[in-house]
Design a binder for this molecule. Structure first.
Ligand code: MG
Ligand code: MG
Length: 264
């Protein structure tokens, strides 16, 4: 069941998502070698609560094991998604995907950005650039009349044509009063297939892209998922509303990019 949102509901979703974006911008200010992902988590949780919201991820249930213990997912290098923040200091040359969710006034925000720690190799920067580009290409296709397969195709075509791998086990999703609503949004697909996109749909689009093979396995903590070849992976996510005939991006990377620079 896909819930179409009213204009008022979309404005509430925008607020929740702008808070996620502001949280990620706070993280951008402090990501550097020597900082631990647990420190980033503490900062994020405080910032979210100080702004009157709830961190959606904290206590998130897991069918395979314990609930998620933190307010952000912090996925370093070969960790693709759902990394649990820990006490290991980030090193020069690492990348770290910070995925964050909020509930504000009953509506959910969800966005992710992959940060560079210190000086990152040109090869890895290219992976980040391509993944981020694929997100915007997907968003451009998210207009009424297009189909879900067009979104997945845009990501897949852009990334696979450059030799990167597309993760299939995890997908984007509808978003509203709960973080995960219908429909599921794979990062692969065929043009002109799948459900038709309509005004009022609110979607979290989130390419997860690997340097080479997209084969994954789950860490013993039953949350973190890593690449089998241990090569790095990137993850960028925006929440959008299909609204008045176009894709309205509810989250923003603007403040993050002012701090990070465009890098690429
Ligand atoms: Mg997310
Ligand atoms: Mg998401």
């Amino acid at each position: 069941m896909i819930y179409l949102k009213t204009d008022d509901e979309i404005e509430l979703l925008r607020k929740a998502n702008l808070l996620v974006s502001a949280t990620l911008a706070e993280i951008a200010k402090v990501v550097k070698p020597g900082v631990t992902t647990k420190q980033l988590d503490t900062l994020a949780e405080q910032f979210i609560r100080d702004n009157g919201a709830i961190p959606t991820f904290k206590g998130f249930p897991n069918p395979y094991g314990p609930e998620f213990p933190a307010s952000i997912c912090a996925s370093v290098n070969e960790v693709v998604v759902h990394g649990i923040p820990n006490d290991i200091p980030l090193k020069d040359g690492d990348i770290v995907s910070i995925d964050c969710g909020t509930i504000l006034d009953g509506f959910c925000g969800d966005s992710c950005y992959t940060f560079c720690v210190g000086e990152v190799s040109a090869e890895v920067k290219q992976l980040l650039k391509t993944t981020k580009e694929s997100l915007y290409k997907a968003i451009l296709t998210a207009i009424p009349g297009k189909r879900l397969g067009d979104i997945g195709y845009a990501v897949q075509q852009h990334c696979e044509s450059q030799g990167y791998g597309i993760v299939r086990e995890f997908v984007g999703h509808g978003i509203g009063r709960t973080m995960h609503e219908d429909p599921q949004i794979p990062n692969y697909g065929k043009q002109g297939t799948g459900k038709q996109l309509k005004n009022g749909m609110c979607l979290a689009i989130e390419p997860m892209v690997t340097m080479k093979s997209p084969e994954l396995y789950m860490l013993p903590d039953k949350w973190g998922v890593i690449t089998r070849d241990k090569l790095p992976a990137a993850h960028f996510e925006h929440t959008i509303a299909i609204h008045h005939g176009k894709a309205d991006i509810l989250s923003t990377f603007e403040e993050i990019e002012k701090i990070e620079g465009h890098l690429y």
